[in-house]
Write a protein of this length. Structure first.
Length: 147
């Protein structure tokens, strides 16, 4: 009986480990704009890497990346906001019609240890029902780190 319990709990832990969140990417983009119209942050348990790019004018707006340290405690807070990765993977994407009327798109990608990145795209300044605080926190981090 004890052996069985140990096997069961070992399996449970293995599953949870495979689903552990390793990084986030959150960005926004506008197709009809001039300049750095695509801005994103990659966040893992030790750093933030910002990205700025233009899809139309690479000569005047070459892609820029900047790296900053990030506290693992702050990363863990983001992980807690996701709660269950299974619940995240059930979100239908895209939500609405991102950037269809030049009003911009936002996206959040979550990467796990099993390397199945799951991304949700939504209309800029809108939210993802059930993940409102995550959306707001990642948006605030984008504004903090992208200059
Ligand atoms: C975060 O990403 C950077 C760049 O890819 C990498 O060097 C670093 O090891 C990563 N940190 C963790 C905790 O995964
Ligand atoms: C690229 O950007 C510069 C500066 O904003 C602008 O003068 C130029 O016309 C742009 N080129 C194209 C192909 O959009
Ligand atoms: C929508 O989001 C964009 C990019 O984050 C921002 O520049 C703009 O001010 C926002 N619009 C509103 C109405 O909040």
């Amino acid at each position: 009986m004890l052996t069985l319990l140990l096997i069961v709990s070992a399996l449970t832990i293995a599953t949870i480990q495979g689903e552990s969140i390793t990084s986030f990417e959150a960005g926004t983009g506008f197709s009809s704009c001039v300049g750095y119209c695509y801005q994103s942050v990659y966040i893992n348990a030790s750093m933030v890497i910002t990205g700025k790019s233009s899809k139309t004018n690479l000569t005047d707006y070459p892609e820029i990346h900047e790296a900053y340290p990030f506290a693992s405690s702050q990363f863990n807070e983001l992980v807690e906001l996701v709660g269950s990765i299974q619940r995240w993977k059930k979100v239908d994407t895209p939500i609405g019609c991102p950037d269809c009327y030049n009003q911009g798109a936002e996206w959040i990608y979550i990467d796990t240890e099993d390397q199945s990145i799951y991304g949700v795209q939504f209309e800029a300044n809108s939210t993802i029902v059930g993940f409102e605080t995550l959306v707001e926190s990642l948006r605030a981090l984008r504004q903090t780190f992208i200059h």
